[in-house]
Design a protein around this ligand. Structure first.
Ligand SMILES: Cc1cc2nc3c(=O)[nH]c(=O)nc-3n(C[C@H](O)[C@H](O)[C@H](O)COP(=O)(O)OP(=O)(O)OC[C@H]3O[C@@H](n4cnc5c(N)ncnc54)[C@H](O)[C@@H]3O)c2cc1C
Length: 403
């Protein structure tokens, strides 16, 4: 987007790509469908960013969701908006987005050079002079650094940009995985591998502090937990803090304690001489029922008619507040996004220009701003790319017109 926009506005653009083709990560987004963006308003978008500060407010005011949809529709890529507001290409094919962006660049005259990792940005007297890729030095009046984060490194995003920016004096906020599955080191949880609980509410705690909660699908895996609700919560993990990190799972988010208690009693009455196991299996999937039985200490073969109120309350509390202790995250390579990056206070929010080095710009995930699942990260990349491309073109055209 950055290269295409700069070229469209009249700049001569050379795009240096480390790998042998463009858009490796874009091609796998949204499970190959590419969740381009979503229909929340600017305030709603900013709430879902980490950090949730207004750095992007100005840029969003100039190129946001409808502009992005119009951009792709004008390039022959109609989009669909799902009931939850997420926007995808109607073809459900991320490759079409990659192709559209490549064609946009080619139409503007962007030259592509593949297998060309940038190793150094050449700066003299505080001004960018060009870049070095291997033995080759390339002169450039402006440079946009859009090297992504460090997650899914086989796509080419290996964190080079952080090192390049740091060498030029930029502060890099600590890098850590975001939108990442969580490890729960507990055999009982691992026994649930393969189970998905739909539409559950999960709260994230550090010690006794409730950090955040989210609702959605949760998937148990061989290492712990994943699924949309867990990926969202992973954005809010605290590295430092007192007490263990815990997830408290509410399998009945739409019922308060009293309503659930009534519901449980009615079901018990209707079950006659059934066992506790049979009763619980009518409430939750079989494997989860076994874990609840083990944690409650209630004998599985006890007749429901003999269940005491105390035992019923114990089971109700587990259904509304099942606790899991998080021992860590899966590695960065499995994260969908990189948290941390170039400190945004050192970037001008209208142009994405470096405040430290003249003629240097940033776009995309390299910056210390990331979003939740649901298309936030691509909208960030497209908006900031657009801003950087425009600023570069304007600077070059102004310079040229001055002679
Ligand atoms: C599996 C997966 C699914 C995702 N799905 C979605 C989704 O559906 N919706 C959404 O909004 N977000 C999604 N994301 C996040 C989103 O893909 C990224 O936030 C986005 O691609 C970032 O764009 P970028 O241009 O900043 O970086 P990238 O897309 O990572 O591109 C950076 C490019 O720079 C190149 N590069 C790196 N170093 C150098 C160097 N030294 N010299 C030259 N080139 C270099 C890389 O090869 C790469 O081509 C997903 C991420 C993953 C991993």
């Amino acid at each position: 987007m950055a290269a295409g926009r700069a070229a469209e506005m009249g700049a001569h653009v050379l795009l240096l790509e480390k790998t042998k083709r463009p858009g490796n990560k874009l091609r796998i987004t949204g499970n190959g469908r590419c969740n381009l963006t979503n229909t929340r308003d600017v305030a709603g978008f900013i709430e879902h960013l980490t950090p949730a500060d207004p750095f992007l407010r100005n840029a969003f005011a100039r190129f946001f969701v409808q502009d992005l949809i119009a951009f792709f529709e004008a390039r022959g890529i109609p989009t669909i908006t799902e009931p939850d507001g997420r926007v995808f290409p109607a073809s459900a094919n991320a490759q079409h987005i990659v192709d559209a962006l490549r064609d946009y660049c080619l139409e503007g005259g962007v030259r592509f050079r593949y297998n060309s990792p940038v190793d150094e940005i050449i700066v003299e007297d505080g001004h960018v002079r060009g870049v070095r890729s291997g033995e080759t030095t390339i002169e450039a009046r402006q440079v946009i650094l859009a090297t992504g984060g460090t997650s899914y490194p086989h796509t080419g995003s290996t964190g080079d940009g952080y090192r390049l920016a740091q060498r030029l004096g930029h502060r890099i906020a600590p890098i850590r995985p975001g939108l990442v599955p969580l490890v729960v080191d507990d055999p009982a949880i691992r026994s649930l591998q393969g189970l998905t609980l739909r539409d559950v509410r999960v709260a994230l705690y550090r010690g006794e502090r409730r950090l955040v909660e989210a609702t959605g699908d949760l998937l148990f895996t061989h290492f712990g937990v994943s699924g949309p609700v867990i990926l969202s919560l992973s954005m809010h993990l605290e590295k430092d803090g007192e007490g263990p990190t815990r997830l408290i799972l509410d399998t009945r988010p739409h019922m308060d304690e009293a309503t659930l208690d009534d519901d449980l009693r009615q079901r018990l009455a209707a079950m006659g001489r059934a066992t506790v196991r049979t009763w619980l299996r009518s409430l939750v999937p079989n494997s989860f029922a076994e874990v609840i039985i083990a944690q409650s200490g209630v004998p599985a073969d006890r007749r429901t008619s003999t269940l005491s109120a105390k035992q019923r309350h114990t089971i109700r509390r587990l259904l509304k507040g099942f606790s899991m202790t998080v021992s860590g995250t899966r590695p960065m390579a499995e994260a969908m996004v990189t948290l941390g990056g170039v400190d945004c206070s050192e970037i001008a929010p209208r142009t994405m220009a470096s405040r430290l080095v003249d003629e240097l710009y940033f776009a995309g995930e390299i910056m210390d701003v990331a979003g939740d699942t649901d298309g936030y990260n691509l909208q960030i990349a497209f908006t900031t790319g657009r801003m950087a491309g425009e600023a570069v073109a304007r600077a070059i055209l102004t310079e040229t017109s001055k002679g």
